[in-house]
Design a protein around this ligand. Structure first.
Ligand SMILES: C[S@@+](CC[C@H](N)C(=O)[O-])C[C@H]1O[C@@H](n2cnc3c(N)ncnc32)[C@H](O)[C@@H]1O
Length: 445
């Protein structure tokens, strides 16, 4: 994963194509430096290979469903060190095309030879977007696309664009399978005051250090730098307070059930879906979707793809210990049978579905969770219900189409049950306060 420091949060949706598709030479070179180059290192590939939650989910998805791989043509998009391509060959694939942009392709070739599958797996070095012909395949189509493309909070790195383009060009329409087949993004309010306070403390120290620096530069060198105070403050605020953090949260820090903010059916999702979590227009679904309600894949009218970016969380101060320190986001990736209309009819069924979950309850994954810490914690008071209402949007950063920013807008209100107001034993809800709306744009670094 690449990291970016001190880049201003953008508030507009900018140029958002990834350069491996139609990029100029200069854009591709900068994309290599920002994104691809880390994938050329075994050190980085090994980090992913040592993520056992990730490995187990893919291994059981492939080896638990060998009947769908037997004698089939498979494409591994972004093969890295080649692990998924080896499993596809071991599962009985007739031929596997393993595409990799970086020099890691050379290592992958060695892995194929060492594991005796080099007669099945064709490692091809290059951008999937530049590939037109599949050697030896008459109809130029594959039965299965496997890929591990997911970034932090699912979309970071924007590799989903690459997968969608590969799918549209190479996957058999009626019977083709995507591994993973469905992905879901969640958010939930969390308590983690130690980290929230520590970030706030670091920001305050950075600012008092600046004041000392301005004074000493003036007294020692006779130059007044105070004109830069506002810009320095903005930089520090963005870095300490308005960047999400990679966290490995203990399950108990999640204060209530998560809500779904986005669902992808990998067979039907589009490049537009991949751009982020954009507030749906009036014609699409806007209701809050709980995790439990997500079981029905056709619960919306957009081919199994859903954006539901408004949220409401209700927390009872007698049952939940606060404060609310922020919101945390994570994702799941499913490997299951097709749920779209055509796929339900014609595509082969997976008999052993598999799930990759990056929620706190699932323990370590290298994705962890992305946590958006609030600038101040929200207390949960005894005998009161605190309601957190808001909207989350996620869109590609103006400066780098591999990165995303998140706009989070929320307000809180507090209520308590009043005394009986009539004889039917019903207690009236008393609204105590409604807070002002707070809006912040966070970078996902
Ligand atoms: C997250 S890694 C996964 C590696 C491997 N499949 C695994 O599961 O261990 C993604 C890989 O995709 C490659 N990649 C990303 N975009 C690509 C593209 N457009 N064409 C070819 N390879 C790409 C990256 O270089 C990287 O090695």
């Amino acid at each position: 994963m690449t990291s970016k420091e001190f880049v201003n949060a953008s508030t507009t949706i900018g140029k958002d194509e990834i350069p491996s598709f139609n990029g100029t030479e200069k854009e591709r070179a900068s994309d290599y430096a920002n994104y691809f180059c880390s994938y050329a290192q075994l050190y980085h590939q090994k980090q992913m290979l040592a993520d056992h939650n990730r490995m187990a989910a893919y291994h059981s998805a492939i080896m638990g469903n060998t009947h769908v791989f037997k004698d089939k043509v498979v494409m591994d998009v972004g093969t890295g060190s080649g692990i998924l391509a080896v499993w596809a060959a071991q599962a009985g694939a007739k031929v596997v095309f393993a595409l990799e942009y970086t020099d890691m392709a050379k290592h992958a070739q060695k892995v194929m030879e060492a594991n005796g599958v080099d007669d099945i797996v064709n490692v091809i070095q290059g951008a999937v977007e530049d590939l037109d012909m599949l050697p030896g395949i008459e109809d130029n189509k594959v039965d299965i696309i496997i890929s591990e493309w997911m970034g932090y909070f699912l979309l970071r790195e924007s590799m989903l664009d690459t997968i969608i383009r590969a799918r549209d060009k190479f996957l058999k329409k009626d019977t083709g399978l995507m591994f993973p087949s469905h992905c879901t993004m969640y958010i939930a309010p969390i308590r983690d005051e130690d980290e929230r306070r520590s970030l706030s403390h670091d920001y305050n120290s950075a600012m008092s250090d600046w004041n000392e620096f301005v004074e000493s530069t003036h007294s020692t060198y006779n130059v007044d730098m105070s004109i830069l105070a506002k810009d320095y403050e903005r930089e520090q605020r963005e870095y300490y307070l308005l960047s999400s953090r990679w966290t490995e949260l203990p399950p108990e820090s999640v204060l209530t059930d998560p809500v779904i903010v986005k669902k992808f059916d990998m067979v039907t999702c589009t490049i537009v879906d991949s751009k982020g979590i954009i507030t749906p227009t009036a014609s699409t679904t806007t209701t809050t979707t709980t995790a439990a309600a997500s079981e029905n894949d056709n619960d919306n009218n957009n081919n199994g793809n859903l954006t539901s970016n408004s949220f409401t969380f209700e927390l009872n101060g007698n049952e939940t210990q606060g404060p609310i320190s922020g919101l945390s986001g994570w994702f799941t990736a499913d490997f299951k049978s097709r749920t779209d209309e055509i796929g339900l009819k014609y595509a082969p069924k997976l008999t052993n579905p598999s799930l990759l979950c990056t929620a706190p309850e699932s323990g370590y994954t290298h994705w962890g969770q992305q946590t958006f810490y609030f600038l101040s914690g929200i207390p949960l008071l005894p005998n009161e219900v605190t309601k957190l209402d808001g909207v989350i949007e996620m869109y590609r950063s103006k400066d780098n189409s591999r990165l995303y920013d998140c706009r989070i807008k929320y307000s809180t209100s507090r209520s308590k049950k009043g005394s009986n107001d009539n004889n039917n034993n019903e207690k009236k809800e008393l609204m105590l306060t409604a807070g002002r709306t707070i809006e912040n744009v966070y970078q996902i670094p």
